[in-house]
Structure formats: structure tokens, C-alpha cells
Write a protein that binds this ligand. Structure first.
Ligand SMILES: [Zn+2]
Length: 56
């Protein structure tokens, strides 16, 4: 018996992060968020660190 697993492809995976300045949501690469890279808000160009409670 073969069990089918739902495997999500990791490529182009985006997560929504909220900007601490303008509080608008924007999508960022999951890889960057996971690495703790600095993100840039597309609404106000604010640089910020992603929240640590992002679910994988
Ligand atoms: Zn912003």
C-alpha cells in the first residue's frame, strides 16, 4: 500500500508579513523570512525584520 503525502513545493513560496510602520501586509519570500533577512515594505519602503512566529 502506498500512502500519498501532500508535499508542497517550496519554490516561490510566499508568506505574508505585516509592516511595523504602516501595518500593511505584504508578501515576502519564505526563504528570506526563515533566514531572518531584512525585508522591505513595498508600501512605505520601511526596512524591518520578519516576525519570529511565522508558521512553516
Ligand atoms: Zn510599511
Amino acid at each position: 500500500m502506498t500512502e500519498r503525502k501532500n508535499v508542497k513545493k517550496a519554490r516561490n513560496y510566499l508568506v505574508t508579513c505585516q509592516c511595523p510602520k504602516c501595518e500593511k501586509n505584504s508578501e515576502h519570500s519564505f526563504t528570506r523570512v526563515q533566514k531572518g533577512s531584512t525585508l522591505i515594505c513595498p508600501h512605505c519602503n520601511q526596512l524591518f525584520q520578519p516576525a519570529k512566529n511565522v508558521a512553516a
